[in-house]
Design a protein around this ligand. Structure first.
Ligand code: SAM
Length: 295
């Protein structure tokens, strides 16, 4: 039995072969971290059973995650199958720079998943990182963003709540009297006074502080995303009690957020060491009860 064929139970520290547990699944293995290849594990999940995927795959060869390889095309097919109608995948991804050119993996994956499986690209959020200095380049820019394409299965999101994403309006509370709005036929509506809302909808650039984010345990993994990032997506697209999946769970940032928000979670990772970190974080960093007010 290979160590990557193990299923780690979150309740009892018993390790059983993935074949014994997963091949018989007609239901999702809720609230567990599963150690195995994402595509192989996903194939055992029932169709149309997951509300949201928040993840960040290994891309190009930016980091060596213990030498495992990955077929992102096959992952896209399986994620589309397991998502419920109206479910989304939020995927943090960037392109490696080689010889002054970008790999284009992010753009290729977006086009591939939409063309091959029928995903819609709902939006691409730019994740702007701040707080960490980053590398110093003489002949390149310092890259301080990653992409988060949001892939939608079906016509429209089944659940959408952006209340927690609102930000203060710069001129909130003031009254504005400007030129009237011009209609598409060119006619201008009469000027009227408008009171500006104190809060407005967040745009498509989301900022996260990367310096000092998370526990020492989390940083035993080499490439985590900010703790707050999955909270924002889960609250927006996953109903309370819904199912959150991360097929590249790493240190468990997504599954910790899901549990603290009162959602069910499933994490998959091919590296037993990272599954063990995720399991520990589920114990140490989850409030136990739903804790939507954490952020
Ligand atoms: C960018 S990291 C995810 C980090 C995570 N978002 C966090 O905050 O901790 C990508 C993860 O994918 C895992 N991985 C690589 N190939 C895989 C595969 N074929 N199946 C499942 N996981 C894989 C790596 O072990 C690594 O932990």
């Amino acid at each position: 039995m290979r160590t990557t064929d193990l299923y780690l139970s979150p309740v009892l520290p018993v390790v059983v072969p993935v074949s014994d547990v997963l091949s018989t699944h007609t239901e999702l293995p809720l609230d567990s971290i599963i150690c195995g290849d994402a595509v192989e594990v996903l194939k055992t999940f029932p169709s149309s059973s997951v509300d949201i995927v928040v993840t960040s795959p290994p891309y190009d060869s930016v980091r060596d995650y213990k030498g495992f390889s990955l077929d992102l095309h096959a992952v896209g097919g399986e994620l589309h199958r397991v998502l419920k109608d109206g479910g989304v995948v939020a995927m943090v991804i960037q392109d490696q720079t080689k010889n002054f050119g970008k790999s284009l993996t992010s753009f290729r994956t977006i086009i591939d998943w939409c063309d091959s499986f029928g995903f819609k690209l709902f939006e691409t959020v730019i994740y702007r990182k701040f707080g960490a200095e980053g590398a110093w380049w003489n002949k390149r820019f310092r890259v301080d963003h990653e992409y988060i394409p949001i892939f939608l299965k079906g016509d429209r999101p089944a659940y959408f709540d952006k209340e927690h994403l609102k930000i203060p309006s710069k001129h909130g509370g003031k009254t504005m009297t400007g030129g009237g709005t011009r209609l598409t036929n060119g006619i201008r509506i009469a000027t009227r006074a408008i009171t500006i809302n104190p809060m407005k909808c967040r745009g498509t650039i989301w900022e996260y502080l990367t310096a000092g984010d998370g526990s020492r345990l989390k940083h035993e993994h080499p490439a985590t995303f900010p703790n707050k990032l999955p909270y924002d997506f889960i609250q927006c697209f996953c109903p309370p009690g819904g199912v959150v999946l991360d097929p590249f769970v790493g240190s468990g940032t997504t599954t910790v957020a899901a549990k603290n928000l009162g959602r069910s979670y499933i994490g998959i990772d091919i590296a037993p060491e990272y599954c063990a970190i995720a399991e520990k974080r589920m114990v140490e960093e989850c409030a136990g009860e739903s804790n939507a007010g954490l952020f």
